[in-house]
Design a protein around this ligand. Sequence first.
Ligand code: 13P
Length: 256
Amino acid sequence: MTTKMRPLVAGNWKMNGTRECLTQIKAIAEGVKGPLSEKIEALLCPPSTLLYVSTALADDSPLAIGAQDCHQDRCGPHTGDISADMIADCFGTYVIVGHSERRTHHGETDQLVRAKAAAAHEADLTAIICVGETAEERADGRTLDVLNKEICASVPEGARAGRTVIAYEPVWAIGSGHTPTAADIEAAHAFMRARLVELFGAEGQKMRILYGGSANPTNARDLIRIPEVNGLLVGGASLKAADFLAIYGAYEQLPA
Ligand code: 13P
């Protein structure tokens, strides 16, 4: 059974984008205006240097703006970090936490990711909590074990569906041009849905589970048809407005 909910198409710009890219954000903000926005939510997470100006650009658009990470504390001596409160202060409404690039390159643990998600909730932001296996874990047949461990340890106790999104991003699929088969994505999402329901009851039933990893305008139509895929988290293909809007527009052809 597929859980029915308002899907989310989210773009993660990672460490890309300077002021000259604001034209792309403006085009996305304009492009998502229209009847589809009532059914499908759109979100863009630019680098934090563009956060405030992006929320201003998207002010009259249904496009939501979020950040790519936050510190677990509200303020303090953490040079270079930004807090969830600061994101909210810039009118951001989402924050990605636990992206594999942060888990790998910044040594972030499940416990830290959970603290960051809790900080996001405290600031009334929606946390997009990323999980996913490496190529090695996949080859060892440990994909579901990894997802289980990361979901159990990275999602804060008492998490609510309205403020929590899970993103399944197989590490090996990110930026590689490769995606798992539809059957593998379906199995992973079904497993995560069952675990979320066990852990969070009715809230777990309503939490959106996004797929991320080499999603693009060509494969989006197939990815969004997979049961329990409640949206996409898009990296490289979100940098160009036309590509992001093509992915978002794939939902137009999806039968209700
Ligand atoms: P790509 O879409 O570039 O593979 O990146 C996915 C991702 O990491 C989004 O968070």
